[in-house]
Design a protein around this ligand. Sequence first.
Ligand code: N01
Length: 892
Amino acid sequence: MPDAAVAARSSDSTNSGTTQQVDVAVVGAGFAGLYLLHRLRKAGFSAVVIEEAGDVGGTWYWNRYPGARCDIQTIDYSYTFDSELESAWQWSEKYATQPEILRYLGFVADRYELRRDIRFRTKVTAANWDQSAERWRLTTDNGAGISCRTYIMATGCLSAPKPPEIDGVKDFKGEIYFTGRWPHDEVKLAGKRIAVIGTGSSGIQSIPLLAEQAAHLTVFQRTPNFALPAHNGPAPAERRALLEGDRTTYREQARWSLAGVPYPQQMAVSWQLSDAERRERFEQAWATGDLVYILTQLWADQGVDVNGNALLADLIREKIRDVVKDPETAEALTPHDHPFGAKRPCLDTNYYATYNRPNVTLVNLRQEPITEITASGIATDKRNFDVDVIVFATGFDAMTGAIMAVHPITGRDGKSLSDVWANGPQTYLGLTVSGFPNLFMITGPGSPSVLSNMAVSIEQHVDWVVDRLAAMREAGFTTIDATETAQAGWAQHMADCSMMTLHRLANTWYTGANVPGKAQGVMPYTGGVGPYRSICNEVVGRGMLGFKLSGPDVAEQCNDGEVVRLQPDVRLVLGMLVEMNLPQIEQLGAQGARDFLTEFNKGRPAGRPVGEVGDGVLHGADGLLSYRLYRPATPGPHPIVVYFHGGGWVLGDEQSDDPFCRDICRRSGMIVVSVGYRHAPEHRFPAAAEDGYAATRWIAEHAAELGGKPGPVLVAGWSAGANIAAVTCQLARDRGGPQIAGQLLICPVTDCRFDRPSYTDNAVGYFLTRSMMFWFCDIYCSPADRTDPRASPLRGNLANLPPALVATCEFDPLRDEGIEYAEAMAAAGVPVEQLQARGHIHTSLMMVDVVVTGVSGRAKMAEALRGFAGLPRKLEASGEEASPIAVNAAAG
Ligand code: N01
C-alpha cells in the first residue's frame, strides 16, 4: 500500500461498551511506537498507541535538559523506511539537539497522520492475558480499557527514571529537577547556585551549559566516566556524500554492521601497531568526534581484550589530564574502575574544560559521600553545600524498568512478568517472553538495543514483529508464544556473547548495577546488530523455530529448539567461511590442499609476540626435520612442550599452528617446540608417528642446549598432531623413554573409524567434514594399518601413561573418539582432565584472536601443562583476555 494511502487511513478500531477493541495495542509514541503504528496500519491491522506524555517523542519528549542531543550522528539516527521521508527532512547538525529531534518526530507523526490513533496522557495500569478469549485486556488511567490480540511494548530502554536514593530530598526548599523529566516551561537558572548529581551522559551534556548560567555549579560525582569531544557542527559533508551517493547501500551496511552504523570490522590488532601508529589512529579518532568510530575503529582488540582496551583508555586519560588544569580535579575525573566502553561513554562539548572555570567545583563522592539532602542543600560526610537548585542526572531503571515496573503484566496461568523476571530479564530474542502470548517488546532486554544505533534496531524489530503478525494472520494463527527451550537457549547464547566483550567487567546500567537490589547481568545483546538480524531471520527461515503457534481452525505448530548452539564467534566464522565459498579440500589433491592452507593462513591474525622465535633442525626417525621454537620472555630455563601441528598427517608444517604455539608459550610460560614431522602421501604410516617419537626423544636429550629445563618434557598436539602426541606417549612408555610429564591432546584422532555419532551429527557444516577425514585417513594409512595403536592409540595399552588433558569440541566429527580416549585412559588409571568445549568446532581452539570464546579453553590448557610440569597452575600476571573479530558497540 502506498504510504500516502496509509496516511489517509486511520486504524479501524471499535469501541464495545467501555472497551476499545483493536488488533494491536502499543505502549509508547517514541521512535519505536510511531513506526510501529505506521507499519501496523500499512499491514491492515487496527491499532492504538497509549502514551503517557502529552505528545509524541518518547525519550525526546521528556529529556529536555540543557544540552540534550543525540550522540550517534543524526544522519544515522533517523528512520530509513521511506526514502521520500528521508529526502523531505534535512538535519541541521552533526548531532541534533533535543528540540530538533522532537520536531522531526512531530513531522513524522504529521506526515503519516499518526496522532489520531494515539491516546496521549494515558497510562496503562494493568495488562492481563485472557486465555479464553486469547486477548490482552488493558486497563488505563484515562478513558476506556482496551482489548487487543497483540500487546507491544515500545516503551524505550531508558524511560523509567531512577528515584534519587538519597535521604532528605523532600526537605529541600529550593528547586529540584530531573534531567529525565525536565519541565516544558522555561527553567530560569541564571545567577543561581546549582548542584548536579550524576556524571553520566545527561550530566556530562548539561554541566557545561549549566555552568555558563550558574553563579556557582557544584558537581557531585560518584564514578567518573569517559567522555570524548563531539566536535559538533554541520553534518560532515563527507558522510553526507557517502549516504547520498548510494543511500541503499549505506543503510544496508548499517543494518548488517555491529553497532548499526556503517563501519567495517576493524582487523588490525593493537600489538601489530607501533606506539606511534596507535597514537596516530587515536588522535584521528579524537578529532573525528564520533562515539561509534572511537569505540570500534582503532584496533580490533579494543573492545574485547583488557590489555588492548587499556592502551586506548590510557590515551584518553592523557587527554583528560591535558585539559583539566588542577591535577587533583583531573585525577578525580579520570576513570580507572572500568574498561573504556564497558560503561556507556559520553560525547561532550567542553565538559572537561568546564572544570577550569572559577565557578565550578567537583565533589568526589568516593572521598566524601552524600549523607543527606537538607533544607538548604547537600551534605556530605565532610561538608555542607548550600544551593538554590538540585539537578538529578542520576539515570534510569534501564531496559526492564519501563516494561516491568510501570504496570503489572500478567500472562498465561496468572504468571506475573515481575516474578518471571525477578532474577533478571528472560526473553527469547529480546522480543518475547515465554508464557506471555502475543506480547512483544521493541528493543527489549536480550536484543542489541542500547548497544546499537537505536534507530536501526527499532526498525528491525518493528519490521520483524509486523511481518510475523501478517504471516500468522495469513496462516490462520491467532497466538504466538516462545517455548521455554528456546528462551533458555537464548539465555545461554546471551551469556556466551557476554563473554566476548568487556561489558561484564563494569558495574553499569547495562548490568542493572545502578539500581539497588536489581538482579545483575548484562542485559543488552552483545553479539552485534548484523549477527542478531541474521538470527532473527534464521528463526523465521526455520519455521518459527522456538515458537508455538496456534489458531482456532489450524493445527498447532511448534518447531522447538535453540536457534544458536554454536558459540557466537564460531557462528560468525562459519558464516564468513560460507561466504568465501571455499573449495572442498579433499578435492584439491595433497599439494593443492597444502597450497590452499598456506594461502588461507595468510589471512589470520598474526600471533602475539613471545620472547624469541627460532628455527632449527632435529633428528627424526629417518633424517632431519625442521622445528620452530617459541621461548617465553621470562628468564629460563623453562620446561619444554613438544608440539605436533594438525593437518590430517597430510597438511601443515612446524609453522602452521604459529598463533596457537605463541599463545600457549605466553600462557604457560614454557618453551614450545613445534615439530615439522613427515607427511603422507610422500611418507605414509608410520612415518609421522615414528617422527613424533624420535623428535620427542631428541628434544628431551637436547633440552639444555635448547635453553630448556632438563628432565621430563611435555607433549601436545591438535587433531592428527594430537594423535601423534598420544602415540608418542605410548611409545615412550614402551621403548624406555624419554620421560614425558604430561600430554595435552586437542581434538585428537584416536581411532581411525567413522561410525561414532559425532561423525554423523557433525558430518558437514563445521569446517572439518566427515569426507575430509576419510580422505586424510586414506592418504595416511591403509585399512589394515588402522588397527595399529600407532595409528589408533585407543586400541593400544593405556595403562601407565602420563597425565593428560583431553580437549574436545561439541561440533567436531572427532568429538566422541576424543572423549572415549579420555575415559579409557582414566579407566586404566591415568590421571585425566577433560575439557569439552560447548558450542565449538574442530578449529575453534586454534583460532587465536579470532574465536575469542576459545580463550578460557586455552587458559585451562596452559594451566594443565604447568600442573603436569609441577609448576603453580596459574602463571603470575598472565594478563590478556584475548581478542578480536568481535564486537564492541555504542548506543544512541
Ligand atoms: O544516566 P547514567 P544518564 N548518588 O546512569 C550517578 C542515554 N543517554 O541519564 O556511575 C550519587 O549514565 C551515577 O553514578 P554511578 C545513554 O545511553 C543518551 O546520564 O552509578 N550519584 C552516574 O554518574 C546513557 O548512558 C544521551 O556511580 C548517583 C549518574 O548518576 C543513558 O541514557 C544523553 C546516584 C547516572 O548516569 C543514561 O544516562 C543522555 C546516587 N544515589 C542519556 N545514583 C545521548 O546523548 C546515580 N548516580 C543520546
